[in-house]
Write a new protein. Structure first.
Length: 133
C-alpha cells in the first residue's frame, strides 16, 4: 500500500483535536471568569484560540476530503504554521492574568499548548505521508 493512502488519517486527527480545542476554549478549557463580570486579558487569548481552532478544524476537514496529494501536503504545511500560532497565542502573543493560580494559566494555556502541539505533530506526519515519490 502506498503511504499516500494513509495521508488523510492525520487530517482526521487534527479535525478532532481542533474541535476539542474550539469547544474547550468556550467551556471546560476556557479563560478566567472574573467575579465582577469584566474581561481580563486572558479573555482575548481565549477568543483568539477559538478562532485559530476553527481555522485548524476547517483545514483538517479540507485535507481529509481532498484527493490530490500535493494539495494535501500544502494544507498540512499551512496547518503546521497555524499550530505554531495556536501555541504562541496564550501568554506569548496575548498576555494572560498576572497571578499564577488563575484559570488561564493553570488550565487554558497548558491544555491549548498540548492540543496545538499534538496538531503540529499530526500535521508534520501528514506532510510526510503526503509527499509524492
Amino acid at each position: 500500500m502506498k503511504k499516500q493512502k494513509y495521508s488523510a488519517v492525520p487530517a482526521a486527527v487534527i479535525l478532532i483535536l481542533a474541535l476539542v480545542a474550539a469547544i474547550g476554549s468556550r467551556t471546560f478549557l476556557g479563560p478566567c471568569v472574573h467575579e465582577d463580570g469584566t474581561f481580563g486579558a486572558c479573555h482575548w487569548a481565549g477568543q483568539a484560540l477559538f478562532g485559530i481552532a476553527l481555522v485548524m478544524a476547517a483545514e483538517g476537514l479540507i485535507a481529509a476530503l481532498w484527493k490530490n496529494a500535493a494539495v494535501r501536503a500544502g494544507l498540512y504545511i499551512s496547518m503546521l504554521l497555524t499550530a505554531i500560532l495556536g501555541i504562541l497565542i496564550p501568554g506569548t502573543l496575548i498576555s494572560l492574568c498576572g497571578m499564577a493560580s488563575m484559570r488561564c494559566r493553570t488550565v487554558m494555556r497548558p491544555s491549548m499548548m498540548i492540543l496545538f502541539s499534538l496538531m503540529f505533530v499530526a500535521a508534520g506526519t501528514g506532510a510526510l505521508l503526503s509527499r509524492e515519490g
